[in-house]
Design a protein around this ligand. Sequence first.
Ligand code: RTP
Ligand code: MG
Length: 139
Amino acid sequence: MATNRTFTMIKPDATGANNVGAITKMIEEAGFRIIAMKKTALSKELAGKFYAIHKERPFYNDLCAYMSSGAIVPMILEKDNAVEDFRKLIGATDPAKAAPGTIRNLFAKSIEANAIHGSDSDENAAIEGAFFFSQFEQF
Ligand code: RTP
Ligand code: MG
């Protein structure tokens, strides 16, 4: 996959609060093009697979329960320097530390229910995008 792509997922707290439109608007206004998008949900088992990298972390079980607690909106996004620029747009993991005007500053409820995911590398962006979308769903 081209290195100008990243993967994101609007999390259950934000879909539950009807913030999908507001968040998607911020993403587009920041210059990202939506290449793939859908509304779906994860079982606890699939959430565990998606976040397998965090298996040994103390928050892993809570995270899997939380990520399967409601609807999610996964997306593949395109922009120059996508991974790094998107992490800046969403802000720090803990909304109390997220810079003003970032998506997590505006919409996250807690360090766990923090509104949105953003891939941390080009390699993970490709893996995570392929977890949710086939090549025929990317435009
Ligand atoms: P993400 O992968 O979702 O974009 O978030 P991130 O890189 O900013 O943070 P990461 O360390 O990868 O953690 C993944 C997600 O786990 C939840 N978390 N809970 N209770 C806690 O201390 C804690 N720490 C992290 C968050 O939902 C975080 O986004
Ligand atoms: Mg992460």
